[in-house]
Design a binder for this molecule. Structure first.
Ligand code: ATP
Length: 698
């Protein structure tokens, strides 16, 4: 803003007028000048010229005088301010003047085509944007008035002059260098202040779409705050949930389309199967209304999709950059809290699972429907103990701190595959309202370093799930035939009598994971430094685990999952056929079903496979179960037979190999004996008795 002040031009004019006044008052020079002029006038041409010059000078001086008096008069009776484009004060005034219909009678416009979501300017200049109508941009009329417009404001006359600079900002398309001059016809400077305050207030209250800001550093107002949310952090998910809930991002124009459900989706499509990923550097403006204060703040959101990881074919390293049109830090805090609450509400019926990529980053997030604890078919005390233990743990952080014990708890769920270990953890996460951070040690990309990084990147109060924890150890689950072979192998010697390595020497046992035991122990212990972690580990082979790993302090609770017993089978049957469960003969049917299955022989997952084939007909399920069991037994027997045959084949091959080796050894011995015999004969022939003894001995 700039207030009018006397210019150099006006100053010189004042000096000229003063000079003429002195001439007029001081007679001697005037007389001198007059006689000189009279002499000149005696020449007819010079006289005409001088008369003309004199007249012109007097007229120009008069004109300048009038102009100066006019300027002095206007400066005396008005206050003037100037506003320039790309400044918030310019935006306040233009929006306010537009609301006062100042440009109603404009006759000169610049017309540009803009979509409603383009967000290029803070004002529609009397014409609302209509972009959504037919997908084509709408015309926006901007007055380009050079002549002042006069209007009345709160009893004062105000003149507005708008100039356009004629060129647009290379990036935003905003007009650059344009000016707005406001002149208020009053002696009171206060009126200008009131006008600017009113304009600012109107702008803030009416929440008009603000102009875009690209480089925060180059924004002179210093009135903006920027926050960046990285994909590998939970706050990113909060922000994304909030942005999705506003639906404001649906108007974006740059998408990458994906059908992978694990991919980050940020805009709702008509079809859930198709996910709209942000195109690189997608930007939108969103109006945030604080649920606490009701305060409205514009956000400029730039979503960066990240980069495609060629190994996993997923986008990683994405970020959301939010610029708040406010420098008030509490607005940012409010926004983050609102985003977190939106995320939690959205996820209230779902469980969020974060998945690790092979670079040691939490790259993907999937949500699953919550699984109620009562859908788990487990001995009652298992469910209750687990839920009670975990709830108690989460509630006793203070106790842990006072006792100086790290606030973490380790659970090891072990047992046969398909018995419900993973299902239990998902149900528990839902019941406790925690998110799962899942890492499988069988993932070849996970090593000590990436595992440590993953653990340190998880937030407080979450479930850290390490599946297949036995993968970090060499498997002891070798085929018994291999042992037999090892035992039966006889040492073989080379020609010099040194033992040869067995031909079928077992390869060194390579663990199925890049994570080492010490790495795993370090990581588990480092979890202690993080607060409120529930560490769950699952394994099908507890016998392979090192005792250091499962000692209390690392694994505090160990629960064995067994193959289904009759009681579980009964429960399962009733759950599959809820209509039957309500009928009188439910128990009888369920019992008949369970009794047909030998207890502790099949996993729930296995029996579930059968029931799924009969899911609409409980009687048929009962009728067919005996045949199914018989078929499973037959398959098992066939498998056992195939294994036995394989074992027999191995034994036969081994016997053949042994025979072959024996034969080779015999031949070897015979060869050596033959050499010795030849040696002794030649020794005798040479007549050397000593050599003969040596020869035999050789
Ligand atoms: N005890 C159970 N209660 C309810 N459903 C179960 C139970 N056990 C297995 N299931 C069902 O069987 C399937 C596999 O279960 P889950 O993945 O939990 O087994 P798991 O023990 O973790 O297997 P693995 O050791 O192979 O990972 C799921 O569909 C689950 O619903």
């Amino acid at each position: 803003m700039w207030l009018a002040a006397p210019t150099m031009h006006e100053f010189l004019l004042t000096v000229l007028v003063a000079f003429l006044a002195v001439l007029f008052l001081w007679r001697a020079p005037v007389t001198l000048a007059t006689s000189a002029v009279q002499q000149l006038l005696t020449s007819p041409h010079a006289g005409d010229l001088l008369r003309f010059v004199f007249l012109g000078t007097v007229m120009e001086a008069g004109r300048q005088l009038v102009s100066m008096l006019q300027v002095s008069f206007t400066d005396f009776f008005r206050v003037q301010a100037e506003f320039t484009t790309l400044d918030f004060a310019y935006d306040w005034c233009t929006v306010y003047l537009d609301s006062q219909h100042v440009w109603h009678s404009s006759r000169a416009f610049k017309v540009i085509a803009r979509n409603a979501n383009a967000g290029l300017r803070p004002l529609p200049f009397g014409k609302p944007a209509l972009g959504e109508k037919d997908g084509h941009p709408d015309p926006i009329y901007e007055p380009t008035q050079m002549t002042p417009t006069l209007f009345r404001w709160r009893g004062y006359w105000i003149t507005v002059t708008k100039t356009t600079a004629g060129y647009a900002h290379y990036d935003t398309g905003e007009e650059v260098g344009g000016r707005l001059i406001i002149a208020i016809w009053s002696r009171k400077r206060q009126i200008l202040d009131d006008f600017v305050d009113a304009a600012r207030e109107f702008y803030v209250q009416s929440s008009v779409l603000p102009r875009r800001v690209n480089e925060l550093d180059k924004e002179p107002s210093g009135a903006l705050t920027r926050a960046t949310f990285n994909q590998s952090d939970s706050a990113f998910d909060w922000m994304l949930a909030y942005l999705r809930s506003t639906k404001a991002l649906a108007g974006a124009t740059h998408f990458t389309i994906s059908t992978k459900q694990s991919d980050l989706s940020w805009a709702e499509g008509p079809n859930d199967a198709v996910r709209y990923l942000p195109g690189s550097d997608t930007r939108q403006q969103v109006l945030f209304t604080s649920p606490n204060t009701g305060r409205k703040t514009w956000l400029q959101v730039v979503i960066n999709a990240g980069q495609l990881n060629w190994t996993t074919n997923n986008y990683v390293g994405g970020s959301i950059s939010v610029t708040l049109y406010s420098s008030d830090r509490t607005v940012l805090q409010d926004l983050i809290e609102t985003a977190r609450q939106t995320y939690l509400q959205h996820g209230a019926s779902r469980v969020t699972v974060h998945l690790a990529d092979n670079r040691g980053e939490w790259a993907k997030t999937v949500t699953k429907a919550r699984r109620p604890m009562n859908t788990l078919i487990l001995p009652a005390q298992v469910k209750e103990t687990l839920l009670q233990d975990a709830t108690d743990f989460l509630a006793s952080e203070e106790w842990y701190n006072n006792a100086g014990i790290p606030h973490r708890r380790g659970y090891l769920l072990y047992g046969e595959p398909g018995t419900g270990k993973s299902s239990t953890i998902h149900a528990l996460a839902g019941a406790l309202g925690l998110e799962i951070y899942f890492v499988s040690l069988a993932n070849p990309g996970v090593d000590d370093y990436s595992l440590a990084k993953l653990i340190s990147d998880t937030p407080a109060r979450c479930i850290m799930l390490i599946e297949d924890i036995d993968c970090a150890f060499p498997s002891r689950d070798k085929d018994e035939d291999d042992d037999e072979e090892d035992e039966m192998q006889q040492p073989v010697f080379d020609q010099s009598g040194r033992p040869l390595p067995p031909r079928n020497a077992p390869q060194p046992i390579i663990p199925r994971s890049s994570v080492t035991l010490s790495g795993l122990l370090n990581v588990l212990d480092s979890v202690s430094s993080e607060e409120g972690r529930l560490v769950f580990a699952t394994t099908n082979h507890i016998e392979n685990l090192d005792s250091a790993l499962i000692r209390p302090g690392r694994m505090d609770v160990k629960i064995q999952y067994r193959l289904a017993d009759s009681d579980q089978l009964c429960q399962m049957f009733k759950r599959f056929f809820p209509a039957v469960a309500a009928s009188l003969d439910a128990d009888a049917l369920a019992m008949a079903f369970a009794q047909a299955i030998p207890p502790h022989t099949y996993s729930i997952a296995h029996v579930q496979g059968y029931l799924l084939t009969q899911k609409r007909d409980p009687e048929a399920a009962v009728a067919g179960i005996a045949a199914w069991v018989a078929q499973q037994e037959a398959e098992k027997a066939a498998l056992a037979e195939a294994k036995a045959k394989k074992r027999e084949d191995r034994r036969r091959r081994r016997r053949e190999r042994e025979a072959q080796l024996e034969k080779e050894r015999d031949e070897e011995r015979a060869k050596r004996n033959g050499h010795a015999h030849e040696g002794s004969v030649s020794g005798e022939e040479e007549g050397s008795t000593g050599d003969a003894v040596n020869g035999v001995a050789v």
